[in-house]
Design a protein around this ligand. Structure first.
Ligand SMILES: NC(=O)c1ccc[n+]([C@@H]2O[C@H](COP(=O)([O-])OP(=O)(O)OC[C@H]3O[C@@H](n4cnc5c(N)ncnc54)[C@H](O)[C@@H]3O)[C@@H](O)[C@H]2O)c1
Ligand SMILES: O=C(O)[C@H](O)[C@H](O)COP(=O)(O)O
Length: 390
């Protein structure tokens, strides 16, 4: 096989291990990538911050494009197909990381609203694919009542508790997991528009860890400036990396598009596009992701028989991932950038580039002995994705 010249985003981990034998690998800043940097590239590997279209790729030798992400709204796939440029993404790679993010947010919400039980809690999920579908299963397993809006899946008779979108938006918690679609039969751009946002009330929680532009952010800001506003948690923003500062100020929790940033989620994304690239090049896959990751830290979690099961779940979730840490880091850097008159973009991107190692719940092992024989706590932990051993 002839050597392949690979240009890749500097934030794609483990690429050297998966593709180092294919040819020279040049790392670039994906946010600022331009056509001149691709004059001698056969392969381009990106993340979500690089717009892939004719303007970037025309008259370059690139024949394979891979994005180590679930979302593909930054890629003009029809144009790639028309040019016969091979394309691969990483469906589902970080779905369990996003579910972890939502569960941690939900657990903080339960604490904040002093709910001692999941009985009677309703969660509305918009988009029930790899992320939303997994969330439906986890929440249903925990005994939460779930309502789903996903017209494409409903039209093919998929097995989910479907409901009209207005009923989904009336739930206690609403979590958005639809892709950003600007056209087609079920567009999602500004799906939550001024009218729909006007119906949200105080006491409700809206979480967006899908794509920023699924919500009309200016209309959301207006809603948050009115009486009886809902609580809002945003991981994704319109116009990243420069969200509207006033909107960030009014969010309960604000994070810099890191819901999918577990070590496993990012590494799996690399593994999936590396596999596709090697297959395209006629080569077999050599290393597996698991062998390349450090062993997870030991949990050290212990519960008593008397520990309320929801408290046990909360402690396990916070041990694994506490979104308040990301919120604090974002607000600190953002406030300092805005107060000195600088763009918040570099701070937003720096937080993502220097993201601390975060492991998924499966990596946190709790034995039943550690749960103090508390079988209900053990059941909840297991349903939430933790490894519970007997
Ligand atoms: N914040 C993050 O770090 C992060 C991480 C992963 C994914 N994402 C985003 O989340 C999105 C969903 O991820 P996924 O893996 O579940 O994708 P997926 O493609 O597996 O599922 C998307 C689901 O949305 C449904 N859908 C399409 N149009 C809809 C509409 N109008 N209303 C309701 N549902 C609709 C589809 O039928 C599908 O079931 C991705 O496209 C990506 O943009 C964000
Ligand atoms: O679509 C995805 O997989 C996520 O949004 C992904 O985690 C985004 O991360 P980025 O590509 O911006 O580093």
């Amino acid at each position: 096989m002839a050597s392949l010249r690979i240009v890749a985003d500097e934030n794609i981990p483990l690429l050297e291990a998966f593709c180092g034998d294919l040819g020279p690998l040049t790392r670039v800043n994906g946010r600022n990538l331009d056509r001149d940097q691709l004059k001698e590239a056969d392969v381009l590997l990106v993340r979500s911050v690089t717009r892939i279209d004719q303007a970037l790729l025309a008259e370059t030798p690139v024949r394979f494009v891979g994005t180590a992400t679930i979302g593909t709204d930054h890629v003009d796939i029809p144009w790639l197909e028309a040019q016969d440029i091979a394309f691969a993404s990483a469906p589902g790679c970080n779905a369990s990381s996003v579910v972890q993010y939502v569960l941690s947010v939900l657990s903080l919400f339960l604490q904040r609203s002093e709910r001692r039980t999941l009985d009677g809690l309703t969660v509305g999920i918009i988009g029930a694919g790899n992320v939303g579908g997994r969330l439906v299963r986890v929440l249903s397993g925990l005994g939460v009542t779930v309502r789903v809006s996903d017209p494409p899946l409903e039209s093919i008779g998929a097995d989910f508790p479907f409901a009209p979108i207005d009923d989904v938006l009336a739930c206690d918690v609403i979590s958005l997991h639809a892709p950003l679609l600007r056209d087609g039969p079920h567009p999602t751009w500004h799906l939550l528009d001024r009218q729909r946002l006007a119906r949200l009330r105080g006491g409700q929680l809206l979480i967006n860890s899908g794509r920023g532009a699924v919500v009309d952010s200016l209309a959301l800001l207006e809603r948050l400036q009115q009486t009886d506003p809902p609580l809002v948690v945003l991981d994704v923003w319109e116009n990243e990396p420069t969200p509207v500062p006033e909107l960030l100020d009014r969010c309960w929790l604000a994070t810099p598009h890191i819901a999918g940033y577990s070590l496993e989620g990012k590494s799996r994304g690399t593994e999936m596009i590396a596999r596709a690239l090697r297959q395209w090049a006629g080569l077999s896959m050599t290393p597996a992701m698991e062998g390349l990751l450090p062993p997870p830290p030991v949990s050290g979690l212990q519960f008593t028989a008397q520990c309320a099961p929801l408290d046990a779940l909360h402690r396990a979730l916070m041990t694994c991932y506490d979104p308040r840490d990301d919120d604090a880091r974002l607000r600190k850097l953002f406030t300092s950038a805005v107060s000195t008159g600088q763009s918040s973009g570099p701070s937003f991107d720096r937080l993502r580039k220097e993201y601390p190692v975060r492991r998924e719940p499966t990596s946190l092992s709790v034995s039943v002995a550690d749960t103090g024989g508390n079988t209900e706590a053990a059941r909840l932990l297991s349903r939430a994705g933790f490894t519970v051993s007997t």
